[in-house]
Design a protein around this ligand. Structure first.
Ligand SMILES: NC(=O)c1ccc[n+]([C@@H]2O[C@H](COP(=O)([O-])OP(=O)(O)OC[C@H]3O[C@@H](n4cnc5c(N)ncnc54)[C@H](O)[C@@H]3O)[C@@H](O)[C@H]2O)c1
Length: 266
């Protein structure tokens, strides 16, 4: 049992991409605050590891393997979750895929389609089917994971940038459609996150893709990226969950349709 106050005790939080970096860190924070968890991810093995990592919390944890890009599967899993838990109070709509890094004229079309299917159609499927249950209960809090790539299009990321602009649009529309039902819909937009693979991968891929904006030397790309951030450092994964918890909680009770950057000032 956590020594922290548990304002989310009695709530059920559904997290997609729950086996990944941001999903797992956020699930951990929500459990610390007392929420029961429903973890959805494409990867069953990582999902079981996530369940084990969260095992210290005295909350109920349900796990479901689900491909968010498959609308029929999402419909079936969400209905099963609602029957199992009786309620879905919070949705962290977070599963995502970054896609290839290449200039738009060379961008692989198959990858563009894949990114759109996961990031845009997937987020829509989950939002649609979860919100049907929330509408019935006249209660819900939804946070979509966008990105600063959906605020300022970065070079070499045509699919990802377009998909995250779409998430911010989807957030604004859903906030309007669902406001009459006491459902708030907001987005978060992380920028450069680290440490480890998450940071190293961005740097390596931008260096390899090549552009007039970044060097082809990864060490120099790292300096260029840090130099573009007013706070002059990348964000830590642990700087995200508290923002999601704020958007789920009562301290943000008059906020909907908002996109909050978590970006060190970019
Ligand atoms: N890490 C960053 O720097 C950063 C910055 C801005 C935004 N984001 C966004 O944050 C979210 C989480 O990213 P992360 O950094 O934790 O990445 P991650 O790769 O660690 O986690 C993503 C998770 O989503 C799951 N997933 C992928 N496709 C899926 C599908 N079709 N159905 C269900 N699950 C699927 C993966 O299995 C993985 O567990 C993504 O939407 C990403 O675009 C990340």
């Amino acid at each position: 049992m956590s020594g922290f106050p548990q304002p989310f005790s009695g709530k059920v939080a559904l997290v997609t991409g729950a086996a990944g970096n941001i999903g797992l860190a956020t699930a951990n924070r929500l459990a610390t605050m007392g929420a029961d968890l429903v973890l959805l991810d494409l990867d069953p093995e990582k999902l079981e590891q996530a369940r084990a990592a969260l095992g210290e919390h005295d909350v109920r944890i349900h796990v479901h393997t689900c491909d968010v890009a498959d609308s029929a599967q999402v419909h079936e899993v969400i209905d099963r979750v609602a029957a199992e838990t009786g309620q879905i109070d919070f949705l962290f709509n977070n599963a995502g895929y970054q896609g290839a890094f290449a200039p738009v004229q060379d961008y692989p079309e198959a990858d563009f389609t894949r990114v759109m299917h996961i990031n845009v159609c997937g987020a829509f499927h989950v939002l649609k089917h979860v919100s049907r249950h929330m509408v019935a209960r006249r209660y819900g809090r939804i946070v979509n994971t966008a990105s600063m790539a959906g605020v300022q299009g970065p070079p070499n990321m045509a699919a990802y940038g377009a998909s995250k602009f779409a998430i911010i649009g989807l957030t604004e529309v859903a906030a309007k459609d669902l406001a009459p039902y006491n459902i708030r819909v907001n987005a978060i937009s992380p920028a450069f996150m680290g440490p480890g693979m998450m940071w190293d991968r961005q740097v390596a891929l931008q260096a390899r893709a090549g552009s007039q904006y970044f060097s082809s030397n990864p060490d120099e790309v790292a300096r260029q990226m840090i130099g573009s951030i007013p706070m002059r450092r990348y964000g830590n994964i642990e700087e995200i969950p508290g923002v999601v918890a704020f958007l789920f909680g009562d301290d943000s009770s008059y906020m909907t349709g908002v996109n909050l950057p978590i970006s060190g000032g970019i």
